[in-house]
Ligand binder design. Sequence first.
Ligand code: BGC
Length: 765
Amino acid sequence: MKNYIKHHPWSIIEEGFVPEYNQISESIFSLGNGMFGQRANFEEQYSGESLQGNYVAGVYYPDKTRVGWWKNGYPEYFAKVLNAANWIGIHISFEDEALDLATCEVEHFRRELNMKEGWLKREFTAKMPSGKRVKVEATRICSMARTKVGALSYQVTPLNFSGVARIVPFVDFDVINADSNYDEKFWNEQHRKASHDFSYVVASTKKTDFWVATGMKFNISGGFSMESAQEFEREKYVEVAVTGRVEEGKPLTIEKYAANISSMYFAKTQLVEVCEKEVLEAAQVGFDKLLLEHKEAWAAKWQMSDIVIDGDVSAQQGIRFNIFQLNQTYTGEDERLNIGPKGFTGEKYGGSTYWDTEAYCLAFYLATSDKQVARNLVLYRYKHLQKAIENAQKLGFTNGAALYPMVTMNGEECHNEWEITFEEIHRNGAIAYAIYDYINYHGDEDYLIDYGLEVLIAISRFWAQRVHWSKQKGQYVMHGVTGPNEYENNVNNNWYTSKIALWTLQYTLEGLQKYKGTTQLNELFQKLNFKEAETEKWQHILDNMYLGYDEKRGVFLQQDGFLDKELMPVSDIPAGQRPINQNWSWDRILRSCFIKQADTLQGIYLFEDEFDLETIERNFDFYEPMTVHESSLSPCVHAILASKLGRKEKAYEMYLRTARLDLDDYNNDTEDGCHTTSMAGTWMAFAKGFAGMRVRSGELYFSPYLPDHWDGYSFKIKFRERNLTIKATKGHVTIMNESADDLGIYLFDKKYELAGNGKIDAPMN
Ligand code: BGC
């Protein structure tokens, strides 16, 4: 755990330059706008450790699978989010000496990410090896108002010298992915041009043939008398090298405008034209005005999604950082896009879609965006249904059964560890549950018959084939699975997986019942070649499925062999051996009782209304002490359950851990990128934990409480076309309806009619 980020309610601030932290900061200070994202790499040359990253939404490369031992059923490739062109770069040198912080004495260094307005600023004063001292102030945006455009303003002041400066803005597509399986480069050049008016490179991905044009234009003003400008090109690279005189104490400013245009949105023949138009328009508007419209776009985002916490700056900064990253990762206009575990902040995990989206991210976008945004997330899987059916076929399933992939870019599976690819099938349940979640929140009932049931039937068909009848038990069982806890594999009867499978069957049956006899359903049956007799087997499974339960302890069994393990609390792990995934052999981890992330408790969280408080408490007290929370997705679920149980301190501890996971680099891996999907978990920990927010049968419930460390909080949600603000102070809750229409709301289980533009005031329980 680190503690170098200054606490501030709206900004992320780093003071002083620590090269060892540079890659962590490159992740934390990343910018994005839903269409592309840029790590906080430096504009000028940097020869120290750095992970270069500019990622363009939806553009990926199928990197040939690399495994030690091939297993039938493995996918051929792992889809990687691609590092695309460097558009921020400006090489600077004075009298042929390059400005490079790795070779300088850094006298002053400060980075600030202003989350309210969405800009990144870096200031430094550095002494170059020759003794020349320079001061730099650089501000950058990935425009939220024009999502193709990135812009920066880079001001340099020679502090103790005058002389010749060489300034070289460039676009470099000759980039690599650090995680390339065979050290291969993924881009081919299509064309390029270096010109003072507009320079660009168009490159295409190998195999997938995505084309991206990245172009730039710049201007230099202030203390600089230009002597010459030289255009230069080489493969995948264009630059314009400008030489001129600088004067001691006189700042010069370079403004650079760039655009990333991809063939996801435009014909390949149009890319350069669109790119040029975007870049020239941005240059015409100028940096200051671009910044202004960008700030306005961010103000609108915050208007929908801000959370204010009084009396605890570190918690405040944490939640805003999470919300900021989520808003800059996914804006929801395009149902082909999704939320990678690292968003636009790093390459790891391939940047593709995991069950994280449905199980963790959906809740945030449901409550803080227009309906279309969450709908697009759910539709994403509908569009991938055929691929999910093919994936199941590949594993031997029949009759239209679907197994959605563990990791995907385009619907095809690209994960290749057998214990996850083939066994971590609970992801299918999360995808089914998301359909219910979406409909329950937004009341979009038609979604079920228009799209939802088709997916649900296919997933139910999978579950019906994946269980088998045990003569021994006289019940159905599900063998050879990996639950959310990836620290044990190939287990039998993982309670969570079986539970969510049953839930899917039940929900699908209810859906079929609701539309029974309708033309739409009959048409669907025809399309899917569905025989109603299939439902008899589903019902039989529902009535006869084995779910492990330990009578003595009164807990659900994570899996059949769990109680035979040597059970001990995490506190018994000797000091210095955590995280265990960095200190223990895999064999030792698999045999241990230690749990990576919520597993049985994931099910208790999801289906809480089925259990009384004592049952929840017994399971929490049994499993949580054995949980190491080594997945970023773990603390949020525990924070929600701890809140429900009135364990305020535990909830707060878990909340801080999820909220500040990257800011404090808890898991020692933020240098690879931020844990973007778990940031939505932070939002859930707040809304479902502290505010006790639930949607039951389409109605909104709150049971807020205030952590002892806070003086108050307020947050906003959008529910069924109403904008609500929920405010909690010591002893008081207020819910304001900022829309014209009434809404029935439950507060501490008492129903209120909240009038349009009215409010409810109630004492805190
Ligand atoms: C977790 C998975 C998760 C993946 C991507 C893993 O460490 O165990 O549940 O889907 O990370 O975030």
